[in-house]
Structures are given as structure tokens and as C-alpha cells.
Ligand binder design. Sequence first.
Ligand SMILES: *[C@@H]1O[C@H](CO)[C@@H](O)[C@H](O)[C@H]1NC(C)=O
Length: 369
Amino acid sequence: MNLPGHFLVSSLTLLLAVTLTANACLPSDRAALLSFRAALNEPYLDIFNTWSGEECCTNWYGVSCDPETKRVADIILRGESEDPIFAKAGRAGYMTGSISPALCQLDQLTTLIIADWKDISGEIPACIASLPNLRIIDLIGNKISGEIPADIGKLSRLTVLNLADNQITGSIPSSIVNLNNLKHLELGNNKLTGEIPSDIGKLSMMSRALLSRNQLSGSIPSSIANIYRLADLDLSVNQITGWIPAELGSMPVLSTLNLDANQLSGEIPIDILSNTGLNILNLSRNSLEGNLPDVFGPNTYFTTIDLSYNNLKGSIPKSLSLTKYIGHLDLSHNHLCGAIPVGSPFDHLEADSFANNDCLCGMPLSNVC
Ligand SMILES: *[C@@H]1O[C@H](CO)[C@@H](O)[C@H](O)[C@H]1NC(C)=O
């Protein structure tokens, strides 16, 4: 072997070694991923068959790393997505197993998405509350049980907490109000009990709070109205009691308010009905009473207003017929009486919208006034 040839070979070897090291992830990150993977079973798509070799940052399905530090930053495993892997298999994702606490060794993790795999069970490892960089936790659509880690509030960078469509029990941890970067809180369709923390209004960045279909009780904290950016509030299908806080009516960007199927009582605050930013309002199936205030006008624009199955009495306010638009109105199953207003927002409504009241009359009902 002459010198230049030898030199070339060793240079190539060196280059190869440097390239390998550059793409390889930290051995401890790789080991943590393999333990995480070992607790899961994905029988149909073989997504984990890429999880071998040293280069977990580049080649492993659903894993990506910080480009500078090469530390594992994101785990994004969605069981329902546009990825061709699903079209090829002709089915949505399905996984059993559980989320291993080995995940917590990935101490630079910022995104954890393990969504819509339908059958992942077990508990959320409590240690995830000690991953200081976590910004997104999305575990929607599995069978995760147990409680939300009590010190979840330590995740000061968290912007998304989505645990919807699982089997999570216990109450909403009081520490949750410390998540001062939280934008989306989605806990719907679980088995949560207890009250909504009274100081939930501290979540000043929150734009979406979806807590429907649980067994939450107690009253609606009026501090919610302090959440300036809140656009979408869904507390429907729980066991919430008490009055609707009038303050909700003066929230600047609230556009969807779903409080249906609870045990709310008292009157509907005037400001909620006159809030022209609100487009979707469902207060159906509560015990709301009193008259409907005459506060509608040309700036009122509702895609949906459902007040059915309450104890509302009196007549339908005439000003409702002056509104800009009402897509869907349901006043059925109350104790309303008198003539149904006429006007363009009412022309497309059908008798169902007014059925089962005490003595409503006029179109679209068949009884003449
Ligand atoms: C309003 O809520 C009730 C009760 O949860 C539900 O049955 C109804 O479909 C909702 N209305 C609309 C228009 O979505």
C-alpha cells in the first residue's frame, strides 16, 4: 500500500466516522426511545421497523432532534394523518401498550404527540411534569387512564395540553393554573370529576378550553371571564350547577360558548345574548328560567343558538327578527308563549325550533294566533 492510497483510505474512514457521529443521537436518548418503543405494540403499519440503527434523529419514524444539540426534541406519532403509510395499509392507526416512563429520560423533549391510536392504555407517567422544555402534550384518542399528574403546573412552557377522548379520572389538578403559556386545554370525553379550579382565570394565554363530556361539578368560576383571549369555551355534558356568570357576556373574543347538558339554573345573563361576538351558543338541557331579554339587533349574528329543554317563559323577543343572521335557532321544550316573530332570520326555521312550548303560535307552527 503506497502512502497516498493509505492516506485516502484513512481520510474516508475519518469522514465516515464524523458523518456517523454527526447524525447519531445521544446513546442515552436512543436507549430511552427503545424502552419507550418496547412498551408499545403497533401490529399493522410497522412504523417502528425504522427504529433501529444509530441515527434516531434522521431515520426513525416520528422522531426528530434539535439540529444543533442533536438531542431528541419531538416525538410525533399520529394514528390518523395524511401520511401515505396509512393509505398504503388501508387503515387508521392502532396501538396497544402504554407510555413508558423511560420517555422522561429524553430531557430535551419539546413535543410529545401520541394521538389517535385508540388502544394505548395505562397512565400518563408522572415524571413528564419534570421535562422542562415540553411545549406540546397531545395524547388524544387513546385509552389512557389514571389521573393528570398533580404537578403538571411545573411545565412552564406548555402551550398545548390535549388529553381528550381517553379514560382519565380524578380532578383537574390545581397546579394547572400555573401553566401561564397554555393556549389550548382539551380534556373532553374523559371521566374527570371535581370542580374547575376557581382561579382558572390565571391562564391568561388560553384561547380554547374544551372540557365537555366529563363529570365535572361545582359552578362555573367567574374568573374565566378574565381570560382575555378565550375564544372557545366548552363545558357541555357535565354536572355543573349554579348560575351562568354574567361576566362571560363581556368577554372580548368569545365566539363559542357551549354549556349545554349541565344543571345550570337562574336566568340567562343579558350580556351573553347581546354579545355580538358570540356566534355559537348552546345552553340546551339545563334548568334556566326567566324571560328572554329583548336585546337583539342588527349586529346580532348567530350560526347556532340552542336554548331548548329549559324553563324559559314569556314571549320570544321581537328584536330577534331584526338580527343580521340566525342559522340555527332552537327554543323547543320551554314554556314560551305568544306570537313567533316574523322576519328574514325566521323564514328558514322549521316548526321543530319552537315545538313543545306552552302556547307559541304563528308560522312555522300550524296553530294560528
Ligand atoms: C346543544 O346541546 C344539546 C345537548 O347537549 C345537543 O343535543 C344539541 O345537539 C346541541 N345543539 C346544537 C345545535 O349543536
